[in-house]
Design a protein around this ligand. Structure first.
Ligand code: HEM
Length: 300
């Protein structure tokens, strides 16, 4: 194997271990925050009090933010690594499905965390989420009521999902995929030192009060592409059908395989179909990346 190949292999084996260290730090700092966080009443003021009045509150918030982002970004890169190397060909459908589903849940945890800040951006992201869910044909918005409700309890369900239900579900789903739950001490040390330095030296973004008037309100970075699509297309299409189709196509990748050899007609069709879908997904990812970048620079 060439030197570049060896380096790439090393990076891809380091990513999930570092990701696990970030998850441990994220859960630990989350447990500290949950003692002070109140999902009812004036949530923005409560979060500001955690930052300014609670001893080291600013540190735990920034540590939690950095560790959460790092964990999800590394999980995304880890899954992309499997995808680009077409490793799903060796996976059972169930294994691949659990990985993709867990990654989607990771993004949902990040999203609910963004809402929990209770500032203008968090409140706005929660509203968009509610509008998307309300666009699902159902009896009196019953789907949206399972995730978020307007009024005084606006933050309560996202809080339950973020702090309890989703982290437990993610850990449960990836349990068979993880070989070592406690990463090698070296990774834990690198992760801890790196994230502590980040929390101490990197100033957090300023939380905008919900009543302030601002020209553009942006959602979290991974949502910017959808936010742009929402301006161009109907809510159901941009918020659910397109992302759902993308995840659906990703899920069926390991299924497009036949027992027939590639030289047979059936085998050749399956091979070409699988390859076609793979490159279609690569193009879709690039387009989404472009939309995200465009929205980050010029606004959604
Ligand atoms: C996979 C696990 C988790 C991830 C990726 C994650 C990520 C995040 C992110 C990105 C934020 C927004 C922070 C900000 O912008 O300032 C947040 C907020 C929050 N998280 Fe988590 N979190 C996770 C698990 C937990 C757990 C297990 C708890 C509690 C037991 C928790 C408690 C909180 C609280 C109370 C907030 C709101 C306070 C704040 O904004 O600083 N999180 N989380």
């Amino acid at each position: 194997m060439s030197n570049t190949g060896k380096i790439i292999n090393k990076i891809s084996s380091y990513m999930p271990r570092l990701g696990l260290s970030a998850l441990i730090l994220c859960l630990a700092s989350g447990v500290v925050l949950v003692f002070y966080y109140r999902p009812m009443g004036n949530v923005f003021q409560n979060v500001e009090e955690i930052t300014t009045l609670v001893p080291y509150g600013w540190f735990f918030r920034q540590l939690h933010y950095g560790a959460g982002q790092l964990f999800v970004i590394l999980m995304l890169l880890h899954t992309l690594d499997h995808f680009l190397r077409k490793r799903y060909r060796t996976y059972l459908f169930k294994e691949w499905m659990l990985l993709i589903f867990s990654l989607s849940l990771c993004f949902f945890v990040l999203f609910t965390g963004f809402v929990l800040k209770g500032d203008k951006e968090g409140y706005f992201a929660g509203q968009i989420f509610m509008n998307i869910l309300e666009a699902i044909p159902s009896i009196e918005g019953s789907v949206s009521k399972l995730f978020i409700v307007p009024g005084d309890s606006f933050f309560f369900l996202p809080y339950l999902y973020h702090c309890f239900f989703l982290p437990l579900l993610i850990i449960y789903l990836i349990r068979d995929h993880i070989r070592e739950w406690f990463p090698n001490r070296r990774f834990l040390l690198i992760g801890t030192v790196g994230l502590f330095l980040y929390a101490i030296f990197v100033r957090p973004a300023i939380d905008i009060p919900p009543e302030a008037s601002v020209a553009v309100v942006q959602g979290p970075w991974f949502f910017l592409g959808i936010q742009t699509l929402l301006k161009l297309l109907p809510v159901l299409l941009a918020g659910l059908i397109i992302p759902g189709l993308f995840v659906g196509c990703l899920l069926i990748l390991p299924v497009i395989r036949t027992a027939s050899p590639v030289i047979s007609l059936k085998g050749r069709i399956a091979y070409m179909g699988g390859n076609g879908l793979h490159y279609l997904l690569v193009v879709a990812l690039c387009l989404y990346g472009f939309l995200t970048l465009r929205a980050a620079i010029w606004g959604p």
